[in-house]
Design a protein around this ligand. Structure first.
Ligand code: XMP
Length: 510
């Protein structure tokens, strides 16, 4: 069965991804496409619907992004949102006014026609507006189907083409979901068919068709993305898959043991565990600068992974846990974040190995990966585990990574996680861990004064790690964490709590 697609044409609006996610939440698969996509290419994609996103520009701005108006003749239903609606109006001979005024925020929409897009919606409803330009008038063959006090044309229709000046994708538009449902299901005739289960079935089919009887390797890090790919591939091709797990000695407490237990013992996946702890520690000796540490870890990872891949030999494919935001980011820019990520996920495999790449979860958002992981029966501890940086605990050790600081950082981090889970706050925090540096502070042990390490606890709330605020953890929880760390971990005399936000701080200290 061919996958249904809603093509969301991106004009750079801040809500473009949200439109995609809203469609997927309604179980219709959607993808962002560039506004430069040609009508020919769109026809080949065979989408059930096209949605034009909002955008930051005025249609009158120099270099304002435009699309080829021939796409409106493809016979595919189109919904233009905000800037997208203005583009349609302008392309079809309407008048978009540059008023210099903004209509911004919650606005009352007065619905003039409730026969299709607004079917089942009240005559007056609250919508979210965010625009400067205004559609002033439309060609004669267009119908106005809603207006507001400030916008005479808040929604219009011409045959299969619709435009709305407001944003149905944001929660402030009270009946936004119903409007999208009307568009997708009644106007475009979509069937809700996108779910974790349907994804798993079609991914398995696709993997089998691609891989045939070839052999696949996958770098397993213990993170949710590679874990999900491992189980998906194993379901599809069984023993043709070998996972490589590099134990760099910088993992969380018991992580290696749990990975072996989950993937090798429970899922019966071929797993090659490379014990490279000494190599990494040796490589990191004497390095204090955060960037140098990252580079050393990245380079060493590539070396160890390549050696393991060569040892396994006779491999045809390299699988990767790339997800949708990674792809979108690296297509838009080749920024450092995406480079770092690929750096840690894959080795720079020797070209003579001539491996083909497979990325089975390349179309999924993080929350969809979690839903798929759950469906694949990955243990709850992996599905809900906080993100962990590529350089592992080295990102939480300020200055040189020494065995002693590594022990303190790992054991203290385990106490933080455990106490947070016990108090029911683990799932409410984005990340929570312990960090340690070289400063020593005085403490009293028995009757003696002694110098020991300062452990800093960091717990943050965040949306996708772009910004973060320190979590307002209860004092009694912080007290328990502090007592346990000083009692159970030798060499620690002080425990402090990090209360700076991102920005100006970052989440990890190095
Ligand atoms: P920062 O510290 O920049 O971190 O606020 C933002 C998020 O990214 C994670 N992080 C990394 N992930 N490789 C990764 O794969 C890295 O080098 C890296 N550094 C930070 C961090 O844990 C947080 O979730």
């Amino acid at each position: 069965m061919e996958k249904q697609l809603v093509a969301v044409m991106d004009f750079g609006g801040q809500y473009s991804h949200l439109i995609v996610r809203r469609c997927r939440n309604l179980e219709v698969y959607a993808e962002l496409i560039s506004h430069t996509t040609t009508p020919e290419a769109i026809r080949n994609m065979n989408p059930s619907a096209i949605i034009l996103s909002g955008g930051p520009s005025s249609v009158y701005a120099d270099n304002a992004p435009v699309c080829d108006p021939e796409m409106f003749d493809l016979g595919i239903p189109v919904l233009g949102i905000c800037y997208g609606a203005q583009l349609i109006a302008r392309a079809m001979g309407g008048d978009v006014k540059h008023t210099g005024m903004r209509e911004y925020g919650k606005t009352e929409l007065l619905v003039d026609d409730r026969s299709d897009l607004f079917e089942g919606i009240e005559e007056k409803t609250i919508v979210w507006m965010s625009h400067g330009d205004l559609i002033g008038s439309l060609p004669a063959d267009f119908e106005i189907i809603a207006h507001t006090a400030g916008s005479p044309v808040a929604a219009f229709r011409k045959e299969h083409i619709y435009g709305i000046q407001f944003h149905p994708e944001v929660v402030h538009t009270h009946r936004g979901e119903k409007m999208l449902k009307n568009f997708l299901f009644s106007i475009c005739g979509c069937d809700p068919d996108w779910s974790s289960e349907s994804f798993i079935n079609s991914a398995i089919e696709e993997i089998r068709a691609t891989v045939g009887s070839g052999r696949v390797i996958l770098g397993l890090s213990g993170g949710i993305d590679s874990a999900t790919v491992a189980v998906l591939l194993h379901r599809a091709i069984g023993d043709e898959l070998t996972c490589i797990y590099v134990d760099n000695g910088l993992m969380r407490k018991n992580e290696t043991r749990e990975i072996v237990h989950t993937f090798k013992d429970n899922f019966k996946i071929n797993l090659e565990v490379v014990d490279a702890q000494d190599r990494f520690l040796e490589r990191l000796r004497g390095i204090s600068d955060p960037e140098e540490k990252r580079k050393a870890i990245g380079d060493e990872f590539i070396r160890v992974f390549d050696e393991a891949a060569a040892r396994i030999g006779d491999v045809d494919f390299l699988a990767q846990g790339t997800i949708y935001p990674d792809r979108v980011e690296s297509a838009a820019t080749s920024d450092l974040a995406s480079r770092i990520k690929s750096h840690h996920n894959v080795g720079a495999l020797p070209p003579e190995m001539k491996l083909r790449l497979i990325e089975p979860i390349r179309d999924l958002y993080k929350d969809e990966v979690r839903a798929v992981a759950k469906k694949l029966e990955l243990p709850a501890d992996i599905v809900r585990r906080h993100p962990f940086p590529g350089p592992g605990l080295a990102a939480r050790i300020i200055g040189e990574v020494t065995p002693d600081k590594l022990r303190i950082c790992r054991d203290a981090g385990a106490i933080v996680e455990e106490e947070l889970k016990n108090s029911g706050l683990y799932d409410k925090t984005w990340q929570a861990f312990a960090m340690v540096g070289d400063d020593l502070a005085t403490g009293v042990l028995g009757d003696e004064r002694s110098l020991g390490h300062i452990v800093v606890i960091r717990a943050v709330e965040s949306v996708e790690a772009m910004t973060a605020d320190f979590a307002r953890l209860p004092y009694d929880l912080l007290e328990r964490i502090s007592n346990r760390i000083t009692n159970e971990i030798s060499g620690v005399t002080w425990v402090t709590y990090a209360i700076s936000s991102k920005p100006p701080s970052t989440i990890e200290p190095c």
